[in-house]
Design a protein around this ligand. Structure first.
Ligand SMILES: N[C@@H](CCC(=O)N[C@@H](CS)C(=O)NCC(=O)O)C(=O)O
Length: 364
């Protein structure tokens, strides 16, 4: 069977998300390391942006953005879908994808770049990715350079010194909650991984399991989360089922509540700021500042319209529900404080991805 090419890196958060998906779906692929040459020769010319992963399909298209890639592949490989067919489960799955992709980057980036042992490991890995054939010393020197923008992104994401203890406290509580869940269930919604699992595995594998200090922390605090990470990275292809009768385990409620408390206000402010965007239809990657609170400590970070794009998927799915489906979801909404308000909040202006860049609708 023709094979796709996954261009990425072991050290990369979103590459991990896509690799786990490809393996679960048993989609044939070969992995190509995103070296400097591959960036120059393939990634930048084919996608117009500098992100990994990129999928070069067997037909030769270049796809960027894990959510877009997975959606394209779900159409071509419909067996064992990773989108649950039932309303509650699909809503939770979309919410947790948005949480993993766009919020757990905070602990992932904090632990990687603020803990010396992780930082020097990551620098070596960045060097190995950029220049796979260079010597270890050269790789460290190259890694120092290529890692700079990533390490430098901490403050843009809201990772400031005064909030670090709160980030750690929140992450450890999340691990405890997830550990309880994975003691009972192999994946979030039963014995098959859903989009929510793929969203969470990005930060929880490439950074928080694979970076050495973080890996030991996870082993010590949450052995059942480690078990889930191992299942995600070496899955039994296309096996398993979602729980029957649209069940959502109550062990996921505290995880969703944490998402709502921390990321919810950021999603709300992002929608407002996108609504007030004064520039043209090509909206910037970051457009202002938003406030947020973790474990009672407040911080600020840049406003990323992309987060709204992820949120629109949750919003649109919820808005599409009618009758019995809508009624079924209401029990879940009652259990999570603030979820109904956020899902019902209108979107002042929608954002879109066009040629791998963000666009925004005209102001009303
Ligand atoms: N939302 C995208 C994000 C891709 C992404 O941010 N990748 C990181 C590496 S894991 C990257 O290339 N970052 C470069 C940058 O932020 O400029 C996805 O799902 O693929």
């Amino acid at each position: 069977m023709a094979s796709h090419q996954l261009i990425g890196a072991e050290v990369s958060l979103y590459t991990g998300k896509l690799r786990c998906y490809l393996k679960y779906k048993h989609i044939p692929f070969e992995e190509v390391i995103a070296s400097r040459e591959v960036f120059q020769d393939v990634i930048i010319p084919r996608t117009g942006v500098r992100y990994i992963p990129v999928l070069i399909t067997a037909e030769g298209e270049a796809l960027q953005d894990t959510t877009v890639i997975i959606d394209a592949l779900e159409k071509r490989y419909p067996e064992s879908p990773v989108y649950p067919a039932t309303p509650k489960q699909n809503l939770i799955s979309l919410l947790l994808e948005t949480y993993g992709d766009e919020w757990l980057v905070i602990p992932a980036m904090h632990y990687r770049w603020n803990i010396d042992e992780n930082r020097s490991f990551a620098i070596g890995e960045f060097g190995r990715t950029s220049a796979p054939h260079a010597s270890k010393e050269e790789q460290m020197a190259i890694g120092q350079q290529t890692a700079k923008p990533f390490a430098g992104a901490l403050s843009m994401l809201g990772v400031a010194d005064d909030i670090v203890p709160a980030i750690e406290k929140s992450y450890l509580s999340l691990l405890t909650d997830l550990d309880r869940h994975f003691a009972l269930y192999p994946y979030l919604l039963g014995s098959r991984p859903c989009m929510g699992d793929f969203g969470l595995i990005g930060p929880l594998y490439a950074h928080l399991y694979r970076d050495p200090y973080s890996g030991r922390l996870m082993e010590a605090q949450a052995p059942n989360v480690v078990g889930w990470v191992k299942r995600m990275i070496e899955p039994a292809p296309r096996s398993g089922e979602f729980l029957a009768y649209d069940q959502v385990p109550e062990t996921l409620y505290p995880v969703l509540q944490r998402m709502l408390e921390e990321q919810g206000p950021v999603i709300r402010q992002t929608m407002e700021q996108v609504g007030n965007w004064q520039g043209g239809d090509q909206i910037e990657r970051a457009i202002g500042e938003v406030g947020f609170t973790i474990e009672g400590v407040s911080g600020t970070r840049l406003t990323f319209p992309y987060m709204q794009w992820m949120w629109q998927r949750c919003h649109d799915f919820y808005a599409s529900l009618e009758g019995e489906d809508k009624r079924r979801v209401s029990g879940l909404l009652d259990a999570i404080n603030g979820l109904d308000e956020l899902l019902e909040q209108p979107l002042p202006r929608r954002v879109h991805r066009v040629e791998n860049k963000m666009r925004v609708d005209k102001a009303q």
